[in-house]
Design a protein around this ligand. Structure first.
Ligand code: DX5
Ligand code: ZN
Length: 218
């Protein structure tokens, strides 16, 4: 059963609490929170204060995606603010194994994200440690971008890698996903689907989430 994780990057930032409530009522499984520091990616978004402010609006898990140069300096703050899962980018962490175990030591799920050009083999020695792998299917920094078609094969390869190594992490995909391609990414092996513009661009959040679930049924 796939999980739909709308990204609040595409929400109305003047009423984020209400928007999170809309996701909850609309049947989302997870709230994907895109944190950007203006260095790792050319955009600045959400600090721990904001996560703390929206935490009371839903009991849905907060999946915090740290697109930052120095994520380990802020992991504690986001967990205290209410994160249930923390995603860090392999590209900025020479000590990835230690980072994963530090995050898990805080009692939350640990995920590793790879940018589109980053090869899967950086994960080879942490496949048994991560709870989730996030494959960026756009270059991170903005919502509303086009899915990079070469990523379809990368999803398949990650699913193969998981079975070859007998690992059991979830496969999450993020960027440019909507009704037009959700079936293909799920067929390729994606299990947690991040969608920002596809969800918040729709009038009826419940309707679009339901339609995405239907479309993803293989
Ligand atoms: C991009 C973010 C994504 C983005 C997805 O840097 O990590 O989560 O918000 O937005 P859409 O679904 O509009 O591509
Ligand atoms: Zn994201």
């Amino acid at each position: 059963m796939i999980k739909i994780a709308p990204s609040i990057l595409s929400a109305d930032f003047s009423k984020l609490g209400e928007e999170v409530k809309r996701l909850d009522k609309g049947g989302a499984d997870i709230v994907h929170i895109d944190v950007m520091d203006g260095h790792f990616v050319p955009n600045i978004t959400i600090g721990p204060l904001v996560v703390k402010a929206i935490r009371p609006y839903t009991r849905l898990p907060f999946d915090v995606h740290l697109m930052m140069d120095n994520p380990m300096e802020f992991v504690d703050a986001y967990v205290e603010a209410g994160a249930d899962s923390i995603t860090v980018h392999a590209e900025v962490l020479p000590h990835l194994h230690r980072a994963i175990h530090y995050i898990k030591g805080l009692g939350v799920k640990a995920a590793v994200a790879l940018n589109p050009s980053t090869p899967l083999n950086v994960l080879e020695y942490v496949l048994g440690d991560v709870d989730m792998v996030l494959l960026m299917t756009v270059n991170p920094g903005f919502g509303g971008q086009k899915f990079i078609t070469a990523m379809m094969d990368k999803i398949r390869k990650l699913a193969d890698m998981r079975s070859t190594y007998g690992a059991d992490f979830c496969i999450q995909v993020d960027g440019g996903i909507g009704l037009h391609n959700i079936r293909d990414v799920v067929k390729a092996g994606a299990e947690v689907i991040v969608a920002g513009s596809a969800v918040f661009g729709a009038q009826d959040i419940k309707g679009i989430i339901e339609a995405m679930r239907q479309e993803a049924k293989l």
